[in-house]
Write a protein that binds this ligand. Sequence first.
Ligand code: PMT
Length: 404
Amino acid sequence: MLKGKNILLCVTGGIAVYKAAALTSKLTQAGASVKIIMSNGAQKFVTPLTFQALSRNDVYTDTFDEKHPESIAHIDLADWADLVLVAPATANIIGKLANGIADDMISTTLLAATAPVWIAPAMNVHMYDHPAVKRNIERLQSYGYQFVEPNEGYLACGYVGKGRMEEPENIVKLISSYWEKEKNQPLKGKKIVITAGPTREILDPVRFFSNRSSGKMGYALAEEAHQLGADVTLISGPVSLNPPIGVNVKYIENAEEMYDAVLEEFPSADIVIKSAAVADYRPKQVSNEKMKKQDGDLIIQMERTKDILKTLGERKDHQFLVGFAAETSNLDEYAMSKLKRKNADMIIANNVNEKGAGFEEDTNIVTIYKKDGSNKRLGLMSKKELAKEIFREIVKTLQEERSK
Ligand code: PMT
């Protein structure tokens, strides 16, 4: 399964270094070519000779100990790798990587790596639970780093809890199935921009206009696009969802910021999916002071925001443009009219009055409208399942267009 794959194993200092030796052996037996970098801490537990014998390759320990004058080792190793695995990963290396620190062979190589980087933490349960460590892990996840979660169980420090590095055979299985999946990724090499969540249009320092979008639909689409191999940028309004692993997330607050963020990504995008619920209007006047109650009614003058989907429709050259339509009646008529007016290639319409559909729910019921006038109604399903269906339809349509 791993035949011909180059795996760079970065071993940092913890008792789980002994597992990294077993991991090297299993990866090598599975056909991978494994090169190893050890931190100073790791060498206190096991010597480089063990890894050299198991991998049949040189082991790297010092950024300035250049073995071959024709190359610079940390750049060469980063370029060589098809996958970089940090196992065991201490709180220290996670913290350094999350903050861009490059002060030894492993941290410099990690910053230079463009291949996928997998991190298998191993540490004491309280260290793993520390807010600083959690923040660093979340930050790295938002950059697209993949974490192999530690197991719960007996820890070398005497505690029982989460912090044991995943077993080497399971890591090998995870890596194998990752490459198995890679083979079947129809969106590999495509850049997909997805918008999600609501926008907030400020009225004064304590009030804003917004809507009920939770971001669930857009986040499910982003996760699925990543699974299918795409390079995904998710432009998200304020939501309380975790950033999807492997996805580049850009947070915005209001419709104007979403317009700028989407337009910036648009020229290099292949597919754009606009599932965000963008405000159509915003207060014309924004008060710097909290507005005081007055007797009688309050009239707030609203002005139109920019229509992002329409702008994209006017500017598109090669991009496949997918809009959403949140309707409460006349789905067919309104969706087809949006498709034409906004020059989209596909509109996903949901009747947000229908039970199980639309805002906040974990499920949705949609009809997919295409440029050729055809449509496909999908029954009640989870937003995650729906994301798969939507991409199946997009991939099919792109293949049909290509074969014309
Ligand atoms: O986030 P969830 O809770 O999971 O809910 C999902 C959802 C209901 C938000 C989603 O399924 C959905 O319907 N999203 C589109 C909501 C919407 O704004 O619909 P619309 O019919 O008002 O807008 C049509 C299209 O134009 C949309 O693609 C929208 O992103 C886009 N638009 C709207 C206004 C604007 N100023 N610029 C835009 O680009």
